[in-house]
Design a binder for this molecule. Structure first.
Ligand code: AMP
Length: 195
């Protein structure tokens, strides 16, 4: 199963990806988590990414693309992966497509791009709760607003991109974690016979 998860920050992608990764025993590759780990460890990648993350801007494509392409080439991704927070731009989506189509790499195309839909009101409610719990420096209100603008400008076009490819699956992201999880599994089971 090769999935990408789309949707604004706070839509529940990380929570759902974590659960699905356990159910299907495939890695949950969350670019934001990888960057935060690198910032904590003080690596060169972390130093490069931090300035963008603190402002709520996107880390430059070439940095993110190189990181994700390396990660999905690791052996644990051979049978599938869940990409959470990548792609976030059309250039990133095109780089992923090129990689998955490369004949030398035994990777299959994407099974689905899940787009989490959620009202703006619910997003803010969740992000405020997350800011209280996780103390993420980019969950401050103005930064959240900026991240939503960045999402609308750069990432939203990916909904059409994947719709044109026929892999878009719309997920109603409102409701409890279990309800959303059930919806995702039901809609994927309709599409894919064996995960
Ligand atoms: P997230 O945890 O997915 O909300 O990501 C936190 C931050 O990491 C984002 O606001 C960006 O600064 C950076 N980031 C994560 N994924 C990407 C990506 N695919 N492209 C560019 N920047 C990213």
């Amino acid at each position: 199963m090769r999935l990408v998860l789309l949707g604004p920050p706070g839509a529940g992608k990380g929570t759902q990806a974590g659960q699905l990764s356990k159910v299907w025993s495939i890695p949950h590759v969350a670019t934001g988590d990888i960057f935060r780990a690198n910032v904590r460890e003080g690596t060169e990648l972390g130093r490069r990414a931090k300035q963008y993350m603190d402002r709520g801007d996107l880390v430059p494509d070439e940095v993110v693309i190189a990181m994700v392409m390396d990660r999905i080439t690791e052996s644990d991704c051979a049978d599938g992966f869940i990409l959470d927070g990548f792609p976030r731009t059309v250039a990133q989506a095109e780089a992923l497509d090129r990689r998955l189509r490369r004949p030398s790499v035994p990777q299959e195309p994407l099974d689905a791009a899940l787009n989490f839909e959620i009202t703006e009101e619910e997003l803010f409610r969740r992000l405020v709760t997350r800011a209280e719990k996780e103390h993420r420096s980019d969950d401050a209100e103005e930064i959240v607003r900026h991240r939503l603008e960045v999402y609308h400008a750069n990432t939203k076009p990916l909904v059409d991109y994947y719709e044109r490819q026929g892999v878009l699956v719309v997920v109603d992201g409102m409701g409890s974690i279990d309800e959303v999880n059930r919806r995702i599994r039901d809609s994927l089971e309709e599409r894919v016979t064996s995960p």
